[in-house]
Design a protein around this ligand. Structure first.
Ligand code: FES
Length: 102
């Protein structure tokens, strides 16, 4: 049964920023794109690069290690060298907190 868990205070990840958090045994990247939050697995499926440290264009992030692209909305791998996507998580904002369904 999925549950909503706080991952961060919204003010801690301002627009244009991203951060990674350990939650429920998973490393999760939280992105704030112009006020909209997206949460996906932080670990690139190619060789484990930290997606929270990648560059964001629109709603895609580029892995900082070898340049694979992932969709922030779905976790889908959009471009090589990664061929598998990462998990994505539904985000809910409640009272200044960012919560994800996990
Ligand atoms: S580790 Fe992400 S593209 Fe290689």
């Amino acid at each position: 049964m999925p549950k909503l868990i706080k991952i961060a205070a919204a003010k801690d990840v301002p627009p244009g920023e991203a951060a990674a958090f350990d939650l429920e045994g998973q490393r999760i990247a939280l992105f704030n794109v112009e006020g909209t939050f997206y949460a996906i697995g932080d670990t690139c499926t190619h060789r484990g690069g930290p997606l929270s440290e990648g560059s964001v264009a629109g709603t895609a992030v580029t892995c900082p290690w070898h340049g694979a692209d992932f969709d922030l909305k779905t976790g889908t791998a959009l471009g090589p060298p990664a061929t598998q996507g990462v998990p994505s998580f539904r985000v809910v904002i409640e009272g200044g907190d960012v919560k994800i369904e996990i």
